[in-house]
Design a protein around this ligand. Structure first.
Ligand SMILES: *Cc1c(COP(=O)(O)O)cnc(C)c1O
Length: 461
């Protein structure tokens, strides 16, 4: 059995056709969307690797459960099922349902944050940082040194630098620390895992200083897979028990169910402390909804309750992590440079290394994003100077530290032949790389420009 291919551990019952566009059509679609794939219509895309968030395929059990959704305003049976499922997984008594992860973040960091407060994390996800900063507090990233080196191999590259955290907490005084947030897996680098040892050290330190310890548990099942695989002592512990052990170290967690909840919408906040839960509940009712539905329909809560069970199935997790690794392994074979090791939900390609002839102020990542669409109808996102670049006072681009392109893989959506197709397109990308032009921005908004900016190719004079 050991050497056989890991097949998709599901059969397909309902299918969604993919429109097979021609080269000419894609060239026109891309021009019409101003060389920004965020502006493409989804029907124009063959393989959509823009994000793994909210793009999962649901199971027959989830769809079946949705038919039993109890849509009562208060005390719905669907809420009771979700509450039990989340309590059982997290061990926390107080559960607040929300319409997605950022709603839980706005509530919790609104209560814990505010002016003069500081938060520390292995890396704050962008909505996490935004909600902390919106409260008036400061968000400081504190990853281990290895995380800064794209090709440095480390089994738990998502770890937090505990020594530095200790110094920072002492420097800033424990009273001013809103919380320490461990993001598992760490989104940076495509879902780099955090070890149990690291979570334990963070927990001990937080307890010593009397500082709240929160887990951002969006991808806790994927993280548990890596611990089972790589951390001594966990070979025989189930994925679910690994997740429970990690959650038991924290004072609360936030989860976007759009990731390891295997649903298209939903999230929750789970807390140990009653008075903190009460403060959060007040905010929940003002903007999300009553305590027994948050922003969710009864049927959505049913789907999350089932998804949280299914995501820990060993065959599912093995297939999931292997798909991403397989994609990374195979595009690397043609010399396409990627970030290593491959994480849990995405592969990051180093566009600067691939297109060495394109200067960073001509956005090599955006060129690669456009090439992937033109050659294969594949949609993905630039994570480089388009997303993070700034201008200095003279209007000159201050580039991002790296020019990456992210291929994020939706859960249970694509099969190995879809991934093989992406690999084939990369082979062509590598072969034709010398003729690719840079891009220039022709129109951009003030904030979050990657979503709506317009581009055009820079042609040789
Ligand atoms: C997606 C995500 C969030 C925010 O969740 P939404 O459901 O998109 O609002 C927070 N943290 C991490 C690590 C995420 O990946």
């Amino acid at each position: 059995m050991l050497h056989r291919v890991i097949i998709e551990p599901f059969k397909i019952k309902s299918v969604e056709p993919i429109y097979m566009s021609t080269d000419e059509e894609r060239s026109r679609f891309l021009r019409e969307s101003h060389y920004n794939p965020f502006l493409l219509r989804s029907e124009q895309v063959a393989i959509d690797l823009l994000t793994d968030s909210g793009t999962s395929a649901m199971s027959t059990r989830q769809w079946g459960a949705m038919m039993q959704g109890d849509e009562a305003y208060a005390g719905a049976a669907s809420w009771e099922r979700l509450e039990r499922a989340v309590q059982d997984l997290t061990g926390f008594p107080h559960i607040l349902p929300t319409h997605q992860g950022r709603a839980a973040e706005r509530i919790l960091y609104g209560v814990l944050g505010g002016k003069g407060k500081v938060f520390f994390s292995n890396t704050h996800f962008d909505t996490t940082r935004a909600n902390i900063e919106f409260s008036g507090a400061e968000a400081v990233d504190c990853p281990i040194e290895e995380a800064h080196h794209p090709s440095f191999l480390h089994p738990f590259k998502g770890n937090l630098d505990v020594g530095r955290l200790d110094r920072l907490i002492r420097e800033r005084k424990p009273d001013s620390v809103g919380a320490v947030i461990l993001t598992v897996t760490n989104n940076t680098g495509g879902g780099q895992p955090v070890s149990m040892e690291n979570a334990r050290a963070v927990s001990v330190l937080c307890r010593e200083h009397g500082v709240p310890f929160i887990l951002d548990a969006c991808r806790i099942a994927e993280n548990a897979f890596f611990i089972h695989l790589r951390e001594p002592g966990y070979e025989h512990v189930s994925y679910r028990d690994i997740a429970k052990e990690m959650l038991a170290l924290a004072d609360g967690c936030i989860m976007s169910a759009k990731k390891d909840g295997l649903v298209n919408m939903g999230g929750f906040l789970a807390l140990r402390d009653q008075s903190l839960a009460e403060a959060c509940t007040n905010l929940l009712i003002i903007t999300e909804g009553f305590t027994t539905y948050g922003g969710l329909a009864g049927r959505d809560m049913e789907a999350i309750a089932v998804g949280l069970e299914e995501v820990f199935a060993p065959d599912y997790l093995r297939y999931r992590i292997r798909s991403i690794e397989y994609l990374g392994e195979n595009i690397q074979k043609f010399g396409v440079p990627i970030m290593l090791p491959v994480g849990g939900h995405a592969v990051y390609v180093d566009a600067h290394a691939l297109y060495a002839h394109i200067p960073v102020d001509q956005y090599p990542g955006q060129s690669l994003v456009c090439e992937l669409y033109l050659k294969g109808g594949i949609r993905c996102v630039e994570v480089g100077s388009v997303m993070f670049g700034k201008y200095d006072s003279g209007g000159k681009l201050v580039p991002a530290p790296m020019e990456l392109v992210r291929l994020a893989v939706p859960r249970r959506v694509y099969t190995q032949s879809h991934i093989d197709y992406v690999v084939e397109v990369f082979r062509e990308i590598e072969r034709t790389k010398d003729g690719v032009h840079g891009m220039r921005i022709t129109k951009e908004p003030k904030f979050l420009r990657h979503f709506t900016a317009h581009f055009e190719p820079v042609r040789a004079a």
